[in-house]
Every structure is written in C-alpha cells, then in structure tokens.
Design a binder for this molecule. Structure first.
Ligand code: NAD
Ligand code: UDP
Length: 325
C-alpha cells in the first residue's frame, strides 16, 4: 500500500538529532518543515536538504508563536548540552515551556499529532537504577541544571494536560545520552569533547574520578525509536525511555576513544560540575514491549562513525560558545 504523505514540522530541525530526523522524513517522502533559530546549530547540518522539493527551512524562535498547517510535529527545539543550556538559563526555560505551549496550541488547532523530545534529565540524579518511566526523579529545582530539567518536566506536564483536557494526540519520549555525526564539536558533551580532544592530541578532560556512568545511544537507533513512537498506537502516549541500556564509566569511554583514534592524549582529571548525575541507565522494557524497539549499534561501532565525522569537518568553521560571565 502506498504511504500517505504527511506535512511534518520538526522544531530544532537543524540540530544534531533534528537534522538526522529531517533526513529520514525527507527520504520517506514527507513534506518536511524544519524550524530552527540556529542557537546551537548551523545551516550546514541541513544544507544537503535545501534543494529537495519536500524540504523547507524556516528561521524562527519557538518562544514566539507561529501559524503553520501540519499533520505531525516533532518538538526538538531546545539547547541540550549543559554548556549550551546554562549559557542563558532563563531562555532555556522559556524555550521548553513557551515552545511546548506553541506546538501544543498548533497541534490542537490543526488536529496534528505532536511528539515531545523529553530527557533522562527529568530523573535528575537518580536514586533508582536503572530508571523506569514510573520513577519520579531526584531533581534539584534551584540547581544549575534546573533550567533544563525543570523546563523539560514542565513541558511534559503541559503535554499531558493538553492530552487530558483538550484531547491533543501526544507522544512523549525520554531520550538518554545520544551521540553521533553532527554533534557540535564545541557543545561540551562528553563524546564530542573526548573525540575532539583525542583528534587534536589535547588532554582528555574527565570531570571527577571518571567512575560515574552514562549509557550512550547511537543517533540512528534513537531516530528509529522516535519515529516508531510517533507512528505507534494512539493509546500509547508515553512517556517512554529511548536509550541504550549498556552502561559505561566515563573513564572507560575516554580509554575507548583514545584507543579508537590512536591518540597520544593523556587523561586530565578536573572537578566534577555541580548536580552532575552519578549514574544513568535506561530501563527500556516498555519500549521493547510497546514499540518492539531496542538499540542495535554497539558503542565501539557508533564511536568509529562519529570519529570519522569529526575527522571530516573543519573545526575552525565551528565557534565555541561565547563564555557566559
Ligand atoms: P541540539 O542543540 O543539536 O539541537 C537543538 C536545536 O534546537 C538546535 O538546532 C537549536 O538551534 C534549536 N533551538 C534551540 N532553541 C531554540 C528556539 N528557542 N527556537 C528554535 N530553535 C531552537 O541538541 P540535540 O542533541 O539535537 O537535542 C534535540 C532535542 O533532544 C532537545 O530538545 C534535547 O533536549 C533532546 N535530548 C537530546 C539528548 C541527546 O543526548 N542528544 C538527550 C536528551 C534529550
Ligand atoms: N564529562 C567529562 N568530561 C567532559 C565532558 C563531560 O567528564 O569533557 C562528564 C560530565 O561531567 C558527565 C558526563 O561526562 O558526568 C556526561 O556529560 P554530558 O555533558 O555529555 O551529558 P549529561 O551530563 O547531560 O549526561
């Protein structure tokens, strides 16, 4: 049976995850609108799509309303790396909350389906391990990460209230650390930092002792889970964890990247930032049961592809964020 062509809006569509999502939706033949204010991304991420007749790029800030006619919305607009979201924390909170209100209002008016890219950060520094969706989290509401964590929690609340009160057709996924080509080389996230440092032969900066953990999901697997959730049954709205349950210490990650790049870099231990979660691993039982989804890419394999990307770009074309004094 021929597939129905949908008009799909991707907010934050020029970012790391958004650009991969646009690739997949354009390739599937949908009419894709990519909306972005380029706060943490650059046009080069979607330059290859600009000539496609089913791709449109709009420079817009989602904290302001916008009227479009669409069938589906993926709401990804929000700075995601700690250095980026802490640069202007008030703006980060506005982007999550006002952005959610604007896409939910649009979904209500257009009777569109809308998916929220939420985060494992809603669990804060978790006291339950691994984290199932039923865990309510341990977030410091006045800490340096709160602008992001609490903004995303408020956005989830808005999604569920629009669902309960206005019958908006929602989906909520909680994304765990994801990596891959098109990560911003200066976003300060651990995978991009370590690969850039290793390629440059610079010290690999481990914050703390390196025994805290994260679980890293390759971008292709993540996008697959996101699209499955959007296309899944209307009675499963989430929230659902999408991430890779294989957990690694930050030191193991550093050692693997040094090995895979053949780098002479040495490890440099630095102080751990405040409120940095000590462990994080998704319980993906629900995603397996409801979506038939699980990640397929091993860390080593995904890192090799990411290293290849970082070797292919010109670092001088990317700006480090302006320091926030
Ligand atoms: P990213 O920074 O590469 O992408 C975010 C995009 O949103 C950028 O293109 C940025 O310019 C845009 N943006 C920011 N503020 C905006 C605004 N006010 N109006 C319009 N556009 C705006 O980050 P990413 O890793 O691609 O993350 C995408 C989404 O997934 C985010 O919502 C993030 O919270 C969520 N997420 C990502 C991860 C991860 O590991 N990558 C983990 C959890 C959640
Ligand atoms: N981290 C690190 N060195 C770096 C960047 C990050 O040791 O150069 C640590 C960071 O303190 C955190 C983990 O790596 O414990 C993951 O950090 P990231 O910013 O990638 O994501 P998040 O903390 O949001 O999971």
């Amino acid at each position: 049976m021929a597939q129905t062509i949908k008009r799909v809006l991707v907010t934050g569509g020029a970012g790391f995850l958004g650009s991969h999502l646009c690739d997949r939706l354009v390739a599937a033949g949908h009419d894709v609108i990519c909306l972005d204010n380029f706060f943490t991304s650059q046009k080069s991420n979607v330059a290859h799509l600009l000539q496609k007749p089913n791709f449109e790029l709009i420079r817009h800030d989602i904290t302001h309303d916008i009227w479009l006619e669409v069938d589906e919305i993926y709401n990804l607009a929000c700075p995601a790396a700690p250095g980026h979201y802490q640069y202007n924390p008030i703006k980060t909170m506005k982007t999550s909350v006002l952005g959610a209100i604007h896409v939910l209002g649009m979904a209500k008016r257009c009777r569109a389906k809308v998916l929220q890219a939420s985060t494992s950060e809603v669990y804060g520094d978790p006291e339950v391990h691994p984290q199932p969706e039923s865990y309510r989290g341990n977030v410091n509401p006045i800490g340096t990460r709160a602008c992001y964590d609490e903004g995303k929690r408020a956005a989830e609340t808005l999604f569920f209230d629009y669902w309960r009160h206005n019958r908006v057709n929602i989906r909520v996924i909680r994304i765990f650390n994801t990596y891959g080509p098109r990560m911003h080389p200066y976003d300060g996230r651990v995978v991009s930092n370590f690969i850039r440092q290793a390629i440059q032969g610079a010290p690999i900066t481990i914050f703390g002792q390196g025994n805290h953990t994260r679980s890293f999901c390759y971008v292709d697997d993540l996008i697959d889970g996101m699209i499955r959730m959007m296309n899944g049954p209307d009675d499963f709205v989430g929230p659902v964890n999408i991430g890779n349950p294989h957990e690694f210490t930050i030191k193991q990650l550093a050692e693997m990247i040094i090995e895979l790049t053949g780098s002479p870099s040495k490890i440099d231990f630095r102080p751990l930032p405040s409120d940095d979660p000590t462990q994080r691993q998704p319980d993906i039982t629900l995603a397996r049961q409801k979506l038939g989804w699980e990640p397929r890419t091993a860390l080593r394999e995904g890192l090799l592809k990411t290293i290849e990307y970082f070797r292919s770009i010109k670092l001088e074309h990317f700006r480090a964020p302006t320091p926030n004094f």
